[in-house]
Structure formats: C-alpha cells, structure tokens
Write a protein that binds this ligand. Sequence first.
Ligand code: GLV
Ligand code: MN
Ligand code: MN
Length: 407
Amino acid sequence: MRTNPPAGRFGALWSDLAGIGRDGRRGGYSRHGFDDADLQVREWFAEQASRRGLDVEVDRNGNQWAWWGVPGPGAVVTGSHLDSVPGGGAFDGPLGVVSALLAIDELRVRGVRPAVPVAVACFVEEEGGRFGLPCLGSRLMTGAVDPDGARRLHDSAGVSLADAARRTGVDPAGMGADPARLAMISAFIELHVEQGRLLHAADPAAVIGVGSRIVAHGRWRITFTGQGNHAGTTAPADRHDPMIPAAGAVMAARQIVSEHPGAVATVGRLQPNPGGTNVIASSVDVWLDVRHGTATDTAALVDEIVAAVRKEANAEGCSVVLHRESMTEAVSFDPGLEMDLAELLAAPVIPTGAGHDAGILSSRLPTAMLFVRNPSGVSHAPGEHAETADCLHGVQALADALQRVLR
Ligand code: GLV
Ligand code: MN
Ligand code: MN
C-alpha cells in the first residue's frame, strides 16, 4: 500500500544538497569526482545512510554503497550519482540518490521485509566533468575501462585520478573490475530527471517514464596546431591560426549531423593555448561530443566531421590530431523489467540521448531506468527542474518498482 508522500523528508534532503558545490561563477553546481564539493556530498550520503541504519561501504573504485541487509546474492540496487557537469543543474544525479533513500524509507513504512539485500549506490564521476571519462565508477567496476589508463587520467590542473582518489581514502591500486560485486546484484534501477522532451512528446500528462535504451555516444578531442603570433602585427597571409579550423569544426559538426536524422554533435568546450586576447593561439583543443544510433554510426560521423576540418586546417597551414576520449555503445535496458515497470506504473517507454551508470551496468546485469518529468527538458544547466510533487511521485514509483522486483 502506498503511503503519503514524504514531502518534509524530501525537502530536508534536497535543501541539504542545495548548499553543496554551488558554482558562483558559472551558476548551478560544480561537483566533480573527489573534489571538495564531492567530498562533502559523499559525507552527506554516508550520514544520511547511517541515520537510516544502512551500512555504508566504499568499494575499491570509490563508489559508495548503503546496504539495507547484509550484502549478498540477489541484491537489488538503486541509486545514481552526486557529481555534476560544470555549472550543472540540481537534479541530474542527486534526484536518483535522494529518491533511492526515500524509497527505502517508503518500503519500510509499507512494512516490506526484503528477502534479499537492498542497496543504494552512488557512482563516482558519472559526468566525467573532472577526469573526462563519463561513468567512471561504473566503468571501472564493470571492467569497461583499463584501471591503469584510468589511474593516469588527470584533471585540468594535472591532478591524477590516482592522487585524487587517495586523498579521499580510496587506494587507487585496488581500482578495477569487481566481478564479485556484480555477481551479487540481481537488478539495478536508476531514477533520473528526464533530460529532453521525449517524455512530454510521448504523453504530456505522464509524470514518470520508463527507459528503453541509450543512444551510442562518444567524446573526442581535436587538437589544431598552428603558429602562435602577434594579433596586431601578423599580416593575414602570414597567419597559421588554429582558431580558424577550430571554428570550422563547430560549424562542420552542426552541418554534418543535420544530414543524419537522429544524430547530434556538440562542441561545449574549446581551449586556445595560450589564450590571450591579443595573441594568435599556437594551438586549440576542441572537445566534440557526438551521439548517434550505434558506435559505428557515431564513429562514421566523426570521420566525416574530421575530414571536413582537415581541409580547413590544411588551408590555414595547421595540423590536426584526433584523440578519442570515450565511446559508449548503444544499450537497451532489460526488456522484461522495462515491460513490467511500464505496466506497473502505467508509464510510457522512452529512449534517451543521455549516458547513465545504468547503461554501463546493463552489459552485466538487468537494469531499468525511471524518468521524472521535466517539462522544459532543460538539463546540464542551472535551469534543470522538476516539480517537487513530481519528484515525490517518482519516490513512490521507485518504491513500487523495487517492491515489484523484490517479490
Ligand atoms: C551524461 O549525462 C551525458 O549524457 O553526457
Ligand atoms: Mn548528466
Ligand atoms: Mn545523470
């Protein structure tokens, strides 16, 4: 039986998080793997879990787990992440964690006594905002990334993942695939704020959607190298300005994806070196995020974009180096769970263009996602929003879903 929504408890948890990791310069929140804000939200999570009598554990990859019951076979896991993109919204990640804690409260209120352990997981650096690799914690756990390569990832200040993890008390030597933990889990259900407007398009009245699949997505860094020079004294004919092909890359990405329905490409980050107003840059790094049907489709699009920018770079006398930072193949969530939850919650089934830890875990165990409506569709930006009543509905839906898989 459903109980009244825990509005007060939701508000209290939400306001705790509201103060952590605010980004005064960019707006919104900047919380990245193992940085100061992340340490604070990790502490907050551990404390909230302990208050509920859950046993808190940090796995060898730094992911946090809060156990209701003794960890063991058949475990049902929910949760999400607490890190953000730079200047991100309040909901992407935290809504799944807060809802998971409240769903456990709700199951207890309903008198549910699970026969298997239940856990809330918080995955490290889902956004890849600091070390560049999205879903870092779940990738490490599933072995989708080589731990040696991961330990060497570094942030923009040159701090390695290994050093950052050590500072949090996580021994980087232990990082890597965790088959024993994966083998314990019978299902993972992640609740998330809806990103984009597919839920609204499927049913404008729907508060909850059930995820079907995630499109393939990847990140590339293109480095254009030219010749640093004086902005005032260098004649146009003498310039080898890497900003010219960099600008061409932005335009080519837009143009080329417009010829491939369903594809998207974004340049959200661009770094000229050295970066002076009166300086022709010597090099420019351009980060390209491309998403399309499958990994092969996505890679083919990137090839097209890069072929176009090579021409512009040649014309400017600049070199081009392409480096793939990540690639995530398209995944489908568990079809049985998807059908079951869509029926249970009378919710439309929608795909998503966003990456999630549930997507990474789906290669190893049955996973499902619930989306809470966000009518504007805005996400990865301070304007990301879901109404509290809808979030409370999400808590109930997550509790219903957990209860269903715990039967
Ligand atoms: C993460 O939210 C992503 O889709 O990049
Ligand atoms: Mn995100
Ligand atoms: Mn997320």
